[in-house]
Design a protein around this ligand. Structure first.
Ligand SMILES: NC(=O)c1ccc[n+]([C@@H]2O[C@H](COP(=O)([O-])OP(=O)(O)OC[C@H]3O[C@@H](n4cnc5c(N)ncnc54)[C@H](O)[C@@H]3O)[C@@H](O)[C@H]2O)c1
Length: 358
């Protein structure tokens, strides 16, 4: 049984613990939180010794692995304390709002041979897993374009926090690195390295919400593919959508209905032009074979977020128990933060930004 040292006893820590708590892969050995009441309440539910300082947590020899989930402004400092212990770590996203700092932490983890898994949970959604699997199993050909939208009504989050928790970190962070990092992680996973970024940002409304009102970013991948990322907090529905256009097929990945839609380019000359192209003079008839061969395969997955929590925690268990290197480590987090930072910087300074130079 993995004995966990918890650095932070908030809502996210509980959700992660709960995801596999009945499977007895892990138990709570120690917990430290700035807020003693939060530690006490968590310890009542999950057990574990309460630590009064981070040092007490880090130095406990009974701890096998750490989980860090705090205000994102405090993740970096916590990692600096925990990494030198050399024990596996799970840290929530975002690791830091500075690309340079995430890179330094990645180097620190390499130096101490400490495996660190970062909570890019959306790559563990069943539709993301299926999409990545499909690409692996079916030759995509050249990547042409990745086009993603992240729309939400920022008002609701702002109002809730202003009403209930005016000090909450969610009122101090921009959604681009804070929340859209999940989407950017998937963009990079499929598209590879980004060469340059050019954004246009709108910040028209005066409100205590640091996120852009709207932002559109054109992205050029190193492999020559186009990318486009559109964020808006001024949309009155929620949409998290991805469009992947490859030479051999297009994939739509959606939150909600029709999680995965796969449209194939007809594979053979005959399926493209039909068996008797000579006699199909009418445009519609000429293309009817093509159209019918690219009708989509549509797959729905019903248990999105709970399944992603379960998957990411099982990945963590495998990292600690079986020594399997983390899929989303601090180097991945540095690339994601570099893209988020480049997207915002480009909009702010109205110039093209190269993420690798940040
Ligand atoms: N991957 C995901 O899908 C996902 C989902 C939700 C939250 N999160 C991340 O999890 C983190 C925590 O979010 P939450 O909703 O649990 O917040 P929360 O406010 O419920 O919990 C945060 C806890 O951290 C404690 N804390 C803050 N700074 C600390 C410090 N320096 N030392 C010790 N304790 C400290 C607070 O007292 C609080 O108990 C955030 O960074 C958020 O981005 C990720």
């Amino acid at each position: 049984m993995i004995r966990l040292g918890l650095y932070g006893a908030g809502n996210r820590t509980r959700a992660l613990l709960n995801s596999l708590i009945q499977d007895q892969f892990y138990c709570v050995e120690s917990v430290y939180d700035l807020n003693l009441k939060a530690s006490e309440s968590l310890s009542e539910t999950f057990g574990g010794k309460i630590c009064r300082t981070p040092e007490e947590l880090v130095e406990n020899p009974e701890v096998d692995a750490f989980m860090i989930s705090l205000s994102p402004f405090d993740h970096a400092e916590a990692l600096r304390k925990v990494i030198p212990a050399g024990k596996p770590v799970f840290v929530e996203k975002p690791v830091s709002f500075s690309t340079r700092e995430v890179r330094e932490l990645a180097e620190l983890a390499d130096k101490y041979h400490t495996p660190v898994q970062v909570g890019f949970m959306r790559r563990y959604l069943p539709e993301s897993i299926a999409m990545l699997d499909f690409i692996k199993q079916n030759e995509p050909g050249k990547l042409i374009c990745i086009d993603c939208n992240w729309f939400h009504h920022g008002d609701t989050e702002m109002n809730y926090n202003l009403y209930h928790q005016p000090d909450n970190f969610r009122l101090k962070v921009s959604q681009i690195p804070f929340h859209c990092c999940h989407l950017l992680d998937i963009m990079l996973l499929v598209g590879g390295n980004v060469k340059e970024v050019s954004s246009r940002v709108l910040k028209i409304f005066d409100r205590p919400y640091p996120s852009p009102d709207d932002l559109i970013s054109n992205i050029e991948f190193e492999n020559g593919a186009n990318g486009r990322f559109h964020y808006s907090s001024m949309v009155y529905y929620t949409e998290f959508t991805y469009r992947f256009h490859f030479e051999n097929y297009s994939i739509k990945m959606n939150c909600g209905q029709n999680n995965l839609e796969i449209y194939h380019r007809p594979r053979f000359r005959t399926s493209q032009v039909g068996a008797d192209p000579e006699h199909a003079k009418d445009f519609g008839k000429f293309n009817s074979s093509y159209e019918s061969f690219c009708l989509p395969q549509i797959i729905n997955f019903n248990t999105a977020l709970p399944q992603a929590n379960e998957n990411i925690m099982f990945n963590f268990v495998r990292m600690v128990r079986d020594g399997i290197p983390p899929e989303s480590d601090l180097h991945v987090a540095a690339r994601v933060q570099a893209l988020a930072e480049a997207i915002e910087l480009s909009g702010k300074e109205k110039r093209t930004v190269i993420p690798a130079e940040l």
